[in-house]
Design a protein around this ligand. Structure first.
Ligand code: IPE
Ligand code: MG
Length: 232
């Protein structure tokens, strides 16, 4: 979700106003994905590097985050959406950590869609964290180093139990991954749009889905193997 600041500055508004508008775009994305039958939606809300922003902006983002948890959970419950936060929770206040755990608990039995919110998240953090967990298991004698396969690694990442992402969407014109789900994006289709996040709407998300529908996914195979010509 990129482009909040530029959206606001182009209107001579403070950057924080862009973040406020961005919350509406996030709500739209959640509703639209649930309606379209998406099983898992992950929103990159705040990266481990975003802590470097000016104090006041970080404060606003945290306030919006806390406010959104409180406001949106009833709709998530009503729509059958399960919430999961991924990221380094130890960077948040005890109060915020408790709110996050409470929101997850209240939506735990929901099965229509899983909404994953990445906060204080970094792909490198995720991989390092999984490596540390695996090392700890080896130290305890529960696991041999030779048993560490990509599948075992998967189970120690913050996205354990979730399918690999099919489609990645980045708004705001930059064409980079910026430390999002580095391991998990290995075979994900990438869609970049110049639309700034607060302007991101159902039409643009629909275009991302159309782009995805037009991709042929080979996962290392050759074309004849995946289209089923009969001689594969
Ligand atoms: C993304 O918008 C939102 C967050 C990182 C929370 P930006 O704040 O990065 O907006 P730009 O890139 O400055 O326009
Ligand atoms: Mg940005």
């Amino acid at each position: 979700m990129d482009g909040n600041g530029r959206w606001a500055r182009s209107r001579l508004l403070p950057r924080t106003e862009g973040h406020r508008q961005g919350v509406n775009a996030a709500r739209m994305a959640v509703r639209y994905c649930a309606q379209q039958g998406v099983r898992v939606l992950t929103l990159f809300a705040f990266s481990s590097e975003n802590w470097r922003r000016p104090r006041q902006e970080v404060g606003t983002l945290m306030d919006l985050f806390v406010g959104s948890i409180g406001r949106e959970v009833p709709e998530l419950v009503e729509k059958g959406i399960r919430l999961r936060f991924i990221g380094d929770r130890t960077t948040f206040s005890a109060k915020l950590q408790a709110r996050m755990a409470d929101a997850e608990e209240r939506t735990r039995s929901n099965e229509r869609m899983e909404l994953v919110v990445a906060v204080s998240y970094g792909g490198r953090w995720d991989i390092a964290n999984a490596a540390a967990a695996l090392a700890e298991r080896v130290r305890r004698g529960e696991l041999e180093p030779e048993q560490i396969t990509p599948e075992v690694m998967d189970r120690h990442l913050s996205t354990a139990g979730l399918p690999e992402p099919d489609l990645f969407v980045r708004t705001g014109g930059e064409q980079r991954v910026s430390n999002f789900l580095l391991w998990q994006l290995a075979y994900t289709e990438l869609f970049f749009t110049d639309v700034l996040w607060p302007d991101f709407d159902e039409d643009e998300l629909g275009r991302a889905f159309e782009y995805f529908a037009g991709r042929q996914r080979r996962f290392g195979h050759i074309q004849e193997q995946v289209v089923g010509t009969g001689d594969a």
